[in-house]
Design a protein around this ligand. Structure first.
Ligand code: ATP
Ligand code: MG
Length: 359
């Protein structure tokens, strides 16, 4: 459950503070559009913070997962570029970015790492179709895709949590900073690791079970009150300019209550706005709600807009500076893909050996 994951995340934060080098992170995003505030507050700031604390990091640009819920990949090249810009502008230090190299994140695309993708085959044999069909996030994503004129559940959508298990297990990541929608997929990954060890480990733990790290904003809502999402047209993109940000936040759905209070259960839209402003301004949503009080929705939205624009100003400036740096972006992917391939080849070798598939 989300509550249990939040409690566990608090414990993990203590362990991270004591022993950052015990952890390795894998996380990532689909190249379906520019990143938004949900990514930023849900996982991106955690990534940068962990990296700065000395945690090793792998970031997957999940290009094959773009076609889980749509027929064609669209402008996947352009979208990969947007992701890289968002990562670097947020402060991710990447392998191949010309920096010191020490502690740099490995940024790679699925399509460039065949050994990782091959892990999907044995891993698929470890789960049942019924288990896959029970995944609540997959069910919600299939319903959303269908409602927006897409197709019904594809084989790839049904199995992508197992593909994600391969992402995490190939690099032996033990920590996955994600939003709340990813919790069922983490469970699948743990199941795959456990069953692989049981079947092929001969008493050894060949694959280790990772844990999710949730941020204080594990499910940020979009302007329509649903999960903020790249594909839903309800997002405030990191790259948006200040006027567009103001316009989007002004259009955000709230409720009829005049007096602003922080009540995530009964007033989720207002609470999500308060949380956004509080995290950007370095305060608490309760304190902000107290300040705004009878000012109502208009003051709330003005407060959020100012906090977001103020907080994102340096990021947006860096992003503009990086816009023309195509060689840098190419270099980052080349270096990341190269390293990911080396790591994936080693893991695949060990997996095949454990299964007796060495000839
Ligand atoms: P798409 O609509 O294409 O699925 P998305 O906005 O859902 O895009 P993903 O690439 O699927 O983004 O998710 C990347 C990561 O960002 C995941 O860890 C996910 O949990 C997190 N994330 C996405 N949206 C939110 C949100 N609204 N709040 C918190 N975390 C989020
Ligand atoms: Mg998604």
């Amino acid at each position: 459950s989300v509550l249990a994951a939040q409690r566990r995340s608090a414990e993990l934060e203590l362990e991270l503070a004591r022993e950052p080098h015990r952890f390795r992170v894998l996380t990532g995003d689909r190249p379906t559009g520019p990143l938004h505030l949900g990514h930023y507050l849900g996982t991106l700031t955690n990534r940068v913070r962990l990296q700065r604390a000395g945690v090793e990091m792998f970031l997957v640009v999940a290009d094959y997962q773009v076609i889980t819920d749509r027929d064609v990949a669209g402008d996947v090249r352009g979208n990969v570029r947007e992701l890289l810009l968002d990562y670097l502008a947020t402060g991710v230090a990447a392998r191949g970015d010309g920096g010191a190299g020490e502690g740099s994140a490995t940024i790679f695309t699925h399509s460039a790492v065949p050994a990782l993708n091959q892990l999907l085959l044995p891993f698929l044999s470890l789960v049942s179709v019924a288990e896959l069909q029970r995944n609540p996030t997959v069910k919600a994503e299939a319903a959303a895709a269908k409602a927006s004129g897409g197709r019904s559940m594809s084989g790839l959508l049904l199995t992508y949590p197992v593909h994600q298990a391969a992402d995490i297990l190939f690099c032996a990541a033990n920590l996955v900073p994600v939003g709340q929608d990813q919790l069922p997929h983490l469970e699948t990954t743990r199941l795959v690791a456990r069953r692989f060890n049981d079947r092929y480990g001969s008493g050894e733990r060949l694959l280790s079970e990772p844990e999710a790290l949730l941020s204080p904003a594990p499910l940020l809502l979009g302007t329509d009150g649903a999960k903020m999402s790249k594909s839903a047209g309800n997002a405030v993109a990191l790259r948006a300019d200040e006027d567009e940000t103001a316009r989007l936040i002004r259009s955000a759905r709230t409720d009829a209550g005049r007096h602003i209070t922080y009540d995530p259960v009964r007033r989720p839209e207002v609470a999500s706005l308060l949380l956004t402003a509080a995290l950007c301004a370095g305060t608490t949503p309760e304190a902000l709600a107290g300040d705004i009080g009878a000012g109502g929705g208009a003051v709330l939205k003005r407060t959020v807009t100012e906090a977001v624009n103020e907080h994102l100003r340096p990021l947006r400036e860096r992003r503009r500076e990086l816009e023309g740096a195509d060689d840098l972006l190419r270099g980052v992917l080349a270096a990341g893909n190269q390293h990911a391939n080396a790591v994936a080849a080693r893991t695949l070798q060990r997996v095949q050996e454990a299964m007796g598939m060495t000839y």
